[in-house]
Design a protein around this ligand. Structure first.
Ligand SMILES: Nc1nc2c(ncn2[C@@H]2O[C@H](COP(=O)(O)OP(=O)(O)O)[C@@H](O)[C@H]2O)c(=O)[nH]1
Ligand SMILES: [Mg+2]
Length: 447
């Protein structure tokens, strides 16, 4: 049984029957077992248990039953444990240095990162500053050729800082220079000296520590040691695919204040994802209804800002993307609509998107910059071409995405002409119904 499954079992307990002190105690025990077997520090586990037991029976928020409340609190506590909150990945970093011990996945992550940023339109240059292992040069060079990103290294040079100095000159026109450094078996004096020497010439904006998830809670010690000697402001956690200790490693990193920006989830270049605790949890727990429940709670708490933005016709690609992402993690779109009780009223063209198409849209949007998603009106032919190249998709597919987005936007615009009181009540169903009614009226008038 993996981490996600164990967590899910604990929450299943809360969902069966009524929620009383005994049920919560049982669920807490199950949670503890799941967390400890993922190598989460025992102190942290006890702390979470105490908080959960204390909050489970606090006064209920309006419109939520006890069971829903306990599930929500559990999810919140887990999310905080794994480093919840948002630390967005830097969008346009100029220089990133990757550090870490042998075999943790630095070189692999370096090329994954290069691909990730190149897809988002940055001109990336790679530098191999691993002077300890001769094979490191060939490894990074080969990877750079596969992603089509310029590479610099020097097999003969034994001083990492000289390679970096030259690398900076060669990549003078790059937006982002990524340096892969050497590892050792431990963070010894020699490694510290070498990284400091590289720091002097490179002046990295970001120094990210690459850690294998199999380290579990030991990740904390390693992160602290690197931070104390060379300064670390981010973490890439690799091998999340093959380790049962990922939960422990995430919790350990959460304590160090250096945010985990990415997860490595396999050996291939695309096995790489941005880390966000909530999204991660709902994925590993495979929990459609949990997500739906949270949506429900959110709806009750009512996101006025967002609703207002939609009402004013401000519907950008980012919002479109979030919607698709949310829908995808919940299951097929029509199922989601059903859960929200809007299926029958929703215009056919809005939900008539196959899963395969959604995947294409997602891949394309993964290659867009934040600005492009926020201001889709910026989208030019050249930008679309770059996006397609990064995503490995055809231009017609990108056009279709834009067309679909525009259709949705138009649909939301129609909302804005409706009575905004309906939105304040959060009553989507009424809105859709009204919209349909308006459409019918129009048709009648035409006759
Ligand atoms: N399964 C899996 N393997 C990984 C991941 N990241 C790296 N590896 C593998 O771990 C090994 C060491 O990686 P490498 O990048 O050479 O580590 P370095 O010594 O820190 O540069 C290689 O066999 C990689 O293919 C990951 O996220 N998942
Ligand atoms: Mg390496």
């Amino acid at each position: 049984m993996d981490f996600g499954e164990k967590l899910r079992r604990a929450i299943e307990r809360l969902k069966a029957g009524s929620v009383d002190q005994a049920t919560v105690k049982e669920a807490v025990k199950e949670l503890q077992r799941a967390l400890i077997s993922a190598d989460v520090d025992v102190g942290l586990v006890l702390d979470l248990s105490k908080k959960l037991e204390a909050r489970a029976f606090e006064e209920l928020p309006k419109g939520v039953n006890r069971r829903e409340h306990v599930v929500k609190v559990t999810y919140e506590l887990l999310s905080a444990l794994l480093g919840g909150g948002t630390h967005a990945v830097p969008e346009k970093p100029k220089r990133i240095l990757l550090v870490g011990l042998y075999g943790n996945g630095k070189t692999t992550s370096c090329s994954k990162l290069a691909k990730w940023y190149a897809k988002r339109g940055l001109k990336v240059g790679l530098v191999c500053a691993d002077v300890a292992r001769p094979a490191a040069y060939d490894q990074l060079k080969q990877l750079s050729e596969r992603i089509g990103v310029p590479f610099y290294g020097d097999k003969e040079e034994k001083h990492a800082e000289r390679i970096v100095e030259e690398g900076l000159k060669r990549h003078a026109k790059a937006d982002l220079v990524l340096v892969d450094s050497a590892g050792r078996n431990g963070l010894d004096e020699e490694l510290t000296r070498e990284i400091k020497a590289v720091n002097r010439v490179f002046e990295p904006e970001q120094t990210w520590l690459v850690l294998g998830a199999d380290l579990g809670q030991v990740a904390r010690k390693q992160a602290q040691a690197f931070h104390d000697s060379v300064g670390v402001n981010g973490v890439i956690l690799t091998r999340m695919d093959g380790s049962a200790k990922g939960g422990g490693a995430l919790a350990a990193c959460a304590l160090t204040k250096a945010p985990v920006y990415f997860l490595g989830t396999g050996e291939k270049l695309d096995d790489f994802e941005e880390f966000e605790a909530e999204r991660y949890l709902s994925r590993v727990m495979g929990y459609g209804d949990l997500k739906a429940l949270l949506e429900k709670v959110k709806e009750l708490e009512f996101d006025e800002e967002k609703a207002k933005a939609v009402l004013e016709g401000e519907f950008n690609l980012q919002m479109f993307y979030d919607q698709l992402a949310a829908a995808r993690s919940m299951g097929p779109l029509d199922k989601v609509m059903e859960m929200m009780g809007v299926k029958s009223q929703l215009p056919r063209e809005a939900i008539d998107v196959s899963e395969k198409k959604l995947e294409t849209f997602k891949v394309l949007m993964d290659s867009m910059t934040k600005q492009e998603k926020k201001q889709p009106e910026l989208m030019s032919h050249a930008r679309l071409e770059r996006i397609c190249k990064g995503a490995g998709r055809k231009i017609e597919e990108a056009r279709e995405l834009m067309a679909h987005y525009k259709k949705m936007k138009k649909m939301f615009k129609q909302f804005s002409k409706l009575d905004s009181k309906d939105m304040e009540q959060g009553n989507m169903q009424k809105l859709f119904a009204k919209m349909q009614a308006k459409k019918k009226q129009k048709k009648l008038r035409l006759k």
